[in-house]
Design a protein around this ligand. Structure first.
Ligand code: ATP
Length: 373
């Protein structure tokens, strides 16, 4: 069984704490994506799992067995790296067969058969006699995968395996990798700093920052219920709008607008004074666009509505990203971005009314960054 358990896993390099007290359970056959900015400790975590780095403290279990002192060959894992590390002088057949080099219990004929079987699974059976320099990037990536899966391991470890491919191929390979993982039912730990990969491929995402685990949850939950400001900002494109302010008896009070908070939200806020209001650009509804820039009659606005000016319209095909500023305060920190359907006719210079639905807002403690609602 390929379930993985990490308990209090820590890795120091001199004064640098690359991974800090990481505890994480990964289910058998789960596709877990480790994400976070450069230097957050993703690769070091993966390398410890693989046996390429020794933990400073903490424990690693795979299938219930303690792994800390096991050499990589005895961990029943296979790794795929960003640089495919194929042997240039070997054919595709020999490169894939190399994955079986350390395996016992196969006759030579069985090894050959297994290589062909894997090549067929990956759609590269017709390339078996080519050398790596006669292959495209995507084909090389498949050979690297072939070398990993040929051993039928319990666990795949993948470190940015798609980052050398162009955007179109990357999207194709994402789907292929998911299908392959379904078909082979192998626990997979996949490292990337690309949040689209994380969102589209993961059963669960583990978000890291500064060596520490920030949240581990489904993509849906990381997006809709981020634990803290870091996760809220890291997940979601365009980035979540964050507005700093304080609380009054019944509302969030920003520099340029107040936003009423429901009683249950006020209860979660408790006696915190400094807050950050988070609103996903997709959750802002833009209504009532007009080119009329006569002074706004704010009294006519509903509780959850704001009057804003459109300063930039970024067309993205089926969607537009609007940059919105407060009338007469174009450079204010609490300017917002909103996503609208592409057919929505809004142009730069329009004055619009936007609605921020109360069930879509996030409220964070400004001091600790923790989500309070
Ligand atoms: P990236 O996305 O850039 O690959 P990462 O999240 O994978 O980053 P790691 O490579 O795990 O991050 O590095 C975590 C921290 O540990 C960084 O500060 C890095 O500089 C440091 N580090 C990693 N390997 C070593 C090493 N062999 N010696 C010293 N410091 C290291």
């Amino acid at each position: 069984m390929g379930q993985i358990q990490l308990t209090g896993l820590t890795k120091r390099f001199g004064d640098t704490v690359a991974v800090d007290d990481l505890s994480l359970d990964i289910d058998d056959e789960e596709f877990l994506v480790l994400v976070g900015p450069s230097g957050c400790g993703k690769s070091t975590t993966l390398r410890m799992l693989a046996g390429l780095e020794t933990p400073t403290s903490g424990d690693i279990y795979i299938g219930g067995d303690h792994m800390n002192y096991r050499v990589p060959q005895n961990r029943d894992i296979a790794m795929v790296f960003q640089d495919y590390a194929l042997y240039p002088h070997m054919t595709v057949r020999q490169n894939i067969r190399f994955g079986l080099e350390e395996e016992e219990g196969y006759t030579s004929a069985e090894r050959d058969e297994r290589v062909v079987e894997v090549a067929e699974t990956l759609g590269i059976a017709d390339l078996l006699d080519r050398k790596p320099d006669e292959l495209s990037g995507g084909q090389q990536q498949r050979v690297a995968l072939g070398r990993a899966i040929v051993r039928d391991p319990e666990v795949f470890l993948m470190d940015e395996p798609l980052s050398n491919l162009d955007a179109k191929l990357r999207a194709e390979m994402r789907t292929e990798l998911q299908n392959l993982q379904d078909q082979l039912a192998v626990t997979t730990v996949y490292v990337t700093h690309n949040q689209t990969e994380a969102m589209t491929m993961a059963d669960r995402i583990a978000v890291m920052d500064g060596g520490e685990l920030q949240q581990v949850a489904s993509p849906f939950e990381c997006y809709h219920e981020p634990n803290n400001l870091f996760v809220a900002e890291f997940i979601g494109e365009p980035m979540i709008n964050l507005v700093r302010g304080t609380r009054s008896e019944t509302a969030f009070v920003g520099e340029h607008f107040s936003y009423p908070l429901d009683a249950d939200v006020m209860e979660s806020v408790g006696d915190r004074e400094d807050l950050v209001l988070g609103i996903r650009p997709e959750d802002i509804a833009v209504v009532d666009a007009t080119t009329d820039d006569t002074p706004a009659d704010d009294a006519a606005l509903g509780d959850h509505e704001l009057r804003m000016d459109v300063t930039v319209v970024e067309p993205h095909g089926d969607q537009n990203v609007l940059h919105l500023s407060h009338p007469d305060q174009p450079s204010a920190d609490d300017a917002l971005q909103a996503v609208t359907e592409g057919m929505h006719l809004v142009t730069r210079g329009d004055r619009v009314t936007v609605t921020i639905p109360p069930d879509k807002i996030h409220v964070f403690d400004a001091e600790t960054g923790t989500a309070v609602h």
